[in-house]
Write a new protein. Structure first.
Length: 255
């Protein structure tokens, strides 16, 4: 047992709406016989706070206290048993316990299964089309909601955190931004960003990240991603310098 971030519920404020129980992919929250939200087991709570934004009365908050660590295998089994296969695929860390399920009906979601991508080379089964631009993507998944901070490809890496639109705007994104880096993408405007700071902080704290680059668009809302990353670096205690690159709507690098 050690100190970690975990959900805390103010029972006086809780109005029993149940929205938090639906927002928690790990099934850590339920309503008790008094119609109040309660934590099923501490090991089911990943401390990311996906439930915070949906609570209409502010009855939930993330605190740091002595607690048993989050157990993705236990959370996976819990959700698999109570909600089924499709819900279990969404559990934080599900890709790491995928082999624990022996049901022939569980094929794993391609969007959450962690994998490394080897570059295409002449002579291999998949040969690059002559004249095509080589992809520099070297791992999957890349969306911040889906990545696992414990994925092995983050152990020693240069990390690129990019706003979703940047790859569509900058024609040379793969060569100028992504080459040689591991990628995480997010949108500070359209994503539900609760837990993003903590998740990035966990990635930085538990891995050797040599460099951190944030690529955003010049539109005002996109600066929110840079702020999330700065807060994550501070929370991680790594003091890792953050390189900020801004892409214009015309596809020109502004800095």
């Amino acid at each position: 047992m050690g100190r970690r971030k975990i959900i805390e519920i103010d029972r006086e404020k809780c109005n029993g709406c149940g929205l938090c129980t639906k927002a928690c992919a790990e099934g850590a929250l339920v309503l008790d016989k008094h119609n109040k939200a309660v934590l099923v087991k501490e090991i089911f709570c990943d401390g990311m706070g996906a439930c915070l934004d949906v609570c209409p009365v502010g009855a939930l908050k993330i605190v740091e206290k002595d607690s048993l660590g989050y157990d993705p295998r236990a959370a996976f089994d819990h959700v698999l048993k109570t909600q089924g296969v499709e819900a279990a695929k969404k559990v934080h860390g599900a890709s790491e316990v995928r082999g624990h399920v022996h049901s022939p009906n569980f094929g794993g979601c391609p969007g959450s299964m962690a994998r490394e991508i080897k570059p295409l080379v002449p002579g291999s089964q998949n040969v690059p089309v002559p004249g095509s631009v080589q992809s520099e993507l070297s791992q999957w998944p890349i969306q911040l909601h889906l990545i696992s901070p414990q994925a092995p490809y983050f152990k020693e890496c240069d990390l690129l955190i990019a706003a979703d639109c940047t790859a569509f705007t900058l024609g040379s994104f793969h060569q100028d931004m992504l080459k040689g880096k591991k990628l995480v993408i997010a949108c500070p405007k359209l994503d539900e960003t609760g837990g993003y700071v903590e998740k990035i902080a966990e990635l930085l704290k538990n891995n050797t990240v040599y460099s951190l680059t944030v690529v955003i668009m010049e539109v005002p809302c996109c600066s929110g991603l840079f702020q999330i990353v700065r807060e994550a670096v501070e929370l991680s205690g790594t003091q890792l310098p953050v390189k900020r690159i801004v892409i214009g709507l015309d596809g020109v690098i502004r800095n």
